[in-house]
Design a protein around this ligand. Sequence first.
Ligand code: D5M
Ligand code: FE
Ligand code: ZN
Length: 484
Amino acid sequence: MNAGNDPTPADELLTGEDGSGDPDVSTGAKNSENRQTESVSGVETEGSAGASAGEGGAADDGGTTADAESQPPTTADAIGDRSPPAPDIRNDVTGRSTGTGEYEEFVGTFQDRYERLSGLLRRRVNHRPAEAIQSMPGGSEAEMIGLVDDIRSTASGHWIVELEDTTGTFPCLIMKDRAFAPLVDDLLLDECLAVQGTLADDGGILFVDSLHFPDVPRTHKPNTADRHVQAALISDVHVGSQEFAQEAWDRFADWLHTPEAEAVEYLLIGGDMVEGVGVYPDQDEELDVVDIYEQYEAFSEQLKKVPGDMEIVMIPGNHDAVRLAEPQPAFTEELRDIMSAHDARFTGNPSTVTVEGVSVLMYHGVSLDEVIAELPEEKASYDHPHKAMYQLLKKRHVAPQYGGHTRVAPEEKDYLVIDEVPDVFHTGHVHKLGWGKYHNVLAVNSGCWQEQTAFQKSVNIDPDYGHAPILDLDTLDMTVRKFV
Ligand code: D5M
Ligand code: FE
Ligand code: ZN
């Protein structure tokens, strides 16, 4: 686990009332020879490896045409001459990091988070600042938008959710018998919410009548490519680990050279290219390659097995040799040089990458551990990692909770806010395969290329390794190929 502690109280972050916080990033409180095509269900169903597909996702429509950002298709019939158009990249912190780790900067990050997430809620409620609500007479109707600052239960089992905006905080009471009361279980500290309700007679608390999340509109119409073209969505290669699944990787790379994989023009890699060093205690006992640069060289050798004309996009993960705190900038020049084989594109974690008109939000996924730990099993679990992703989409933030396991760096802009609704949300990190649709957004957690480690064995994590989710960019249908 991560060492160190800093739960700088988020309650002071937004208003910047107290400079006593820790001036740094937040840290942890914290088989066969044959390939098979796994069940693949179109996007209407959800799936996870080992589990039956089809829990009835929320999908309803097909796509619309590719948007204006899509570039003209290239003719790429012959294998070995795919030359797809270069992806467009947005919301990348690389080269734009303003953070020096000062406490005041966290205030800026939170203010930016509040500004942008409250912007998504402003059309739904006619909110008043906390300061104004504090002086409203008892019995008034009031609406507020704030970041969740505290969640506590009362002696009689009701909930008090303290919301904070840039002017102050205000307590909101959610009665346990309200239909929306179970939503309290889904709340994470520091996420943005809107409430509507009535002030108590003494004006000191707001009795909540409705609760709103920034969320993804149900009307979201995903973009699709205007030709038949596919992308392989993978992550967590972990080269350098003794458990790196070499045979599965080789089968995957070989398959990419076959006519069957002809349309797979893109390879999106969601972080953890290498096993890294010193990421977890006792990790060195399971290293195959101990030098971090040699690990990237070994990774580069693996990447060279992939057809040279594929367009590759990579973001870093928590095992990679870049700043651990999110948003993580892309790989440094030195590492890019080592991984230069395919003229890959390197971008930060998170980033939005548009391929053939389809926007893909790529995020490594460290916050998923936290979402899974905090939320009820049916809302988020290792066996259904895509459901944890739904929660992030609903909260419109890839790592809502500050001061926990996920390290966050202060930046003037909160790059972790999900500003634009993506067509596809791609994460990794938890080493479990799962996919499904949330309000028409395809969420894919892509498994890994590392067999079970000693740690994973000790905590009963059974990784889904050697699977490659293949996404049809023209239909957003998914096929999972197994190489184990
Ligand atoms: O982590 C892969 C998954 O396993 C992710 O859910 C975290 C968890 N994991 C792996 N090793 C550890 C240790 N040593 N402590 C806590 N959690 C762990 P990844 O970081 O992508 O390899
Ligand atoms: Fe990983
Ligand atoms: Zn990871």
